[in-house]
Design a protein. Structure first.
Lengths: 262, 421
């Protein structure tokens, strides 16, 4: 199997900006999640992060906090999560990444988690509350199972630390567009461009930009700055407000904006 | 032992054995680094501690006295009981110590706003008080369940000029208020300091809060020696996150002959599933949440379990990483007191000594009063009376089934209804 980075580079030959979708598994339901993924496949979304719900999601804003809570209240378990991931990995073209919080991994143990994720078709993971310094042997474990641990960089990260973080990065780098938690609109401006430029100088890996991208116009703006746009909260809100139809048409608009003028 | 706790091995900064660390979103990395540096600098500056002690003396009422419980000691017939009177601090609890220390630090760092979580409301009131005094803007996050049971403290926080944000997510208690603070801070860090109220959260909070609260133990050790000529056989303190316990234990960690006893919230009892005894009941397991590694009450997959205590300040999933480590080393013994035992102890202390402990502090009394008769008469035990109980009037009156109080509330409500809004 091609590495995650190689896959991204290959997709970039056909598209100006790739698109990464997000779903909180178990919210509103596994059936709804499946329909979301079908819509993503149809819109030719390039990557998808599947969030494993956690009771204390400190990096998430109100929409995802509620989604995590309701998924757990609905009885979502780790077993169901991985079963869903396996089904999705077999059915869809896009690579799947586990997204979540460190306690879920810590409770399984690094080795068991990596083995389980790889076995169920995951290609990497994004952990919102795990600086690489605290990761112990998780990175070597991930490597042994061919998984990409995704590193996050932020506008507040000093240049020296960007370079330090880059040494841990695999697959692509997740650039957090602004301070704060997920969900709130980000002003996609010159500061974001300069931040991405700093990241670019720190790492040769593709750059994903996420947090607060909510409109096609945001994607048009970052085309040429970032390699991948991450849309999470806005997608879930489209579903909550308008159901599957609104979700599909929002995704189509995002895909058009990402693709750029033909 | 106290000093060695904070001499971290290379690459293990902020760790106490396997516990502690800083499990934070990357966006907070620089903020935490800035705080670590500012705290280290303040610690190295003797003028900072002097300013802290002076502020506590002129504003908060320190040093707090040591009171012998002569009546209860006589009734129980064992060791003599002494109490460290943190309830006599301004705002009624030990929380003011940490808050004034962090307030001075926030000012040193040029921050103009403080945020804080609160459970019982004591830390929230203390933070709002400090902010008013030091001229800082203040936002307090409090779970909706806690707002409902500690309304008087909400009133005071607002009167002191703080904005109180009611947290509606999760279990709507202390842990959810901490999550809300971390989210606020991830955005507001340029202007804002997070005044963590307990010895939990990412490094350097456990160390820093212990440092400020260590004034309790420093004073208490001197006072016990001066009053009795000997060290206490045991020191008892209640443990939610563990700030008052860490503070009083700090004074005795280097005295191996002094046994340290932490008392957790036993709620409805060991097998009820409704308690917050992470260590004493052996039901907590190591995990990572809210920025640090410790024993949490959680399920097999690492989802935090709901907790319960009659005392909102002890109703929490985790325990300070330093205490978790001291538990593993066997330096601190952990016990639990149930809600019922706590109410009984509270009534006994009120009647016998004219002292009204907070429900939190009454946990330490419950275990101490139970154990004291087995000790020799020439021995001494020390209890940390971390806060006063006035704030608990609604909860205690309800738990004791006081009809007169209920009638009074009914009358009040009737009067408001008649007057209209």
């Amino acid at each position: 199997m091609a590495s995650l980075e190689a896959y991204i580079r290959q997709r970039q030959r056909h598209k100006a900006l790739l698109l990464m979708g997000h779903a909180v598994v178990g919210y509103p339901s596994l059936e709804a999640n499946w329909q979301m993924l079908e819509a993503m496949q149809q819109a030719q979304v390039d990557l998808v992060e599947l969030q494993l719900p956690f009771s204390e999601p400190i990096a998430d804003g109100p929409v995802f906090v509620r989604a995590n809570q309701q998924a757990l209240a609905g009885g979502m378990t780790r077993e169901q999560y991985f079963a869903f991931m396996q089904r999705a990995a077999r059915a869809f073209d896009f690579p799947l990444l586990m997204m979540g919080y460190y306690n879920s991994i810590f409770q399984m143990g690094h080795e068991r988690f990596c083995a389980c994720l790889a076995e169920h078709g995951g290609r990497g993971f994004i952990i919102a509350d795990l600086p690489p310094e605290e990761a112990g042997d998780l990175w070597p474990c991930a490597e042994a199972y061919g998984l990409a641990p995704i590193v996050l960089m932020t506008p507040l990260t000093p240049v020296a630390r960007l370079h330090h973080l880059a040494r841990f990065a695999r697959g692509f780098v997740y650039c957090v567009a602004r301070k704060g938690v997920t969900g709130k609109q980000t002003a996609v401006d010159r500061q974001v461009q300069e931040f991405l430029h700093r990241c670019r100088q720190a790492t040769p890996l593709p750059l994903a930009l996420g947090f607060g991208l909510r409109r096609g116009a945001d994607l048009e703006c970052i085309r040429g700055w970032a390699d991948i746009a991450v849309v999470g909260t806005a997608l879930l809100q489209a579903w909550e407000e308008g159901g599957p139809a609104a979700y599909r048409s929002f995704l189509a608009a995002l895909a058009r904006a990402a693709a750029g003028p033909t | 032992m106290y000093a060695e706790l904070f001499q971290f091995a290379p690459g293990r900064e902020g760790y106490y054995g396997a516990y502690g660390g800083a499990f934070i979103p990357e966006v907070l990395h620089e903020t935490i680094a800035e705080l670590r540096a500012a705290f280290a600098e303040a610690q190295a500056d003797p003028a900072f501690w002097e300013a802290y002690v002076a502020l506590l003396a002129t504003y908060a009422g320190r040093p707090t006295p040591l009171t012998p419980l002569e009546n209860l000691s006589r009734e129980l017939g064992g060791a003599r009981i002494y109490v460290k009177r943190e309830d006599l601090n301004h705002t009624g609890a030990h929380k003011i110590n940490n808050v004034l220390g962090q307030g001075l630090l926030a000012r040193r760092m040029g921050k103009r706003r403080v945020i804080a979580e609160t459970g019982a409301g004591q830390h929230g009131v203390a933070t709002a008080t400090m902010a008013a005094r030091l001229g800082l803007a203040c936002t307090i996050y409090m779970g909706a369940v806690d707002v409902a049971r500690q309304r008087p403290n909400v009133f005071w926080m607002q009167q002191l000029g703080a904005e109180v944000v009611v947290v509606e997510e999760g279990t709507q208690t202390l842990k959810d208020a901490i999550n809300a603070c971390l989210r606020d801070w991830a955005e507001s860090m340029d202007t804002t300091h997070y005044v963590m109220g307990t010895v939990c959260g990412p490094h350097p909070f456990p160390q820093m809060v212990t440092y400020f609260q260590s004034i309790i133990g420093r004073e208490a050790r001197e006072q016990v020696l001066a009053s009795t000529g000997r060290l206490p056989r045991r020191v008892y303190a209640c443990v939610g996150g563990g700030s008052n316990a860490s503070g009083i234990f700090a004074g005795f960690l280097d005295d191996p002959e002094v046994e340290l006893v932490g008392v957790e919230a036993g709620g409805h009892g060991r097998d009820s599933g409704r308690h917050a005894a992470r260590l004493a009941y052996g039901q907590g397991r190591p995990g990572v949440a809210q920025g640090y590694k410790t024993y949490f009450l959680q399920d097999a997959e690492g989802q935090m379990r709901p907790t319960h205590s009659v005392a909102a300040g002890l109703d929490y999933i985790g325990v300070g990483p330093i205490l978790a480590y001291l538990h593993e080393c066997g330096r601190v013994r952990f016990e639990a007191a149930t809600d019922a035992e706590v109410l009984a102890a509270l009534q006994r202390v009120m009647r016998a000594e004219g002292i009204v402990p907070a429900l939190e502090s009454a946990h330490a009394f419950a275990v101490a009063l139970h154990e004291v008769p087995a000790l020799a008469r020439d021995e001494v035990v020390l209890i940390n009376l971390s806060g006063r109980g006035d704030k608990d009037i609604f909860t205690i009156a309800e738990a004791l089934g006081d009809r007169a109080w209920r009638d009074f509330l009914r009358q009040r409500v009737r009067r408001y209804d008649e007057e209209g809004d």
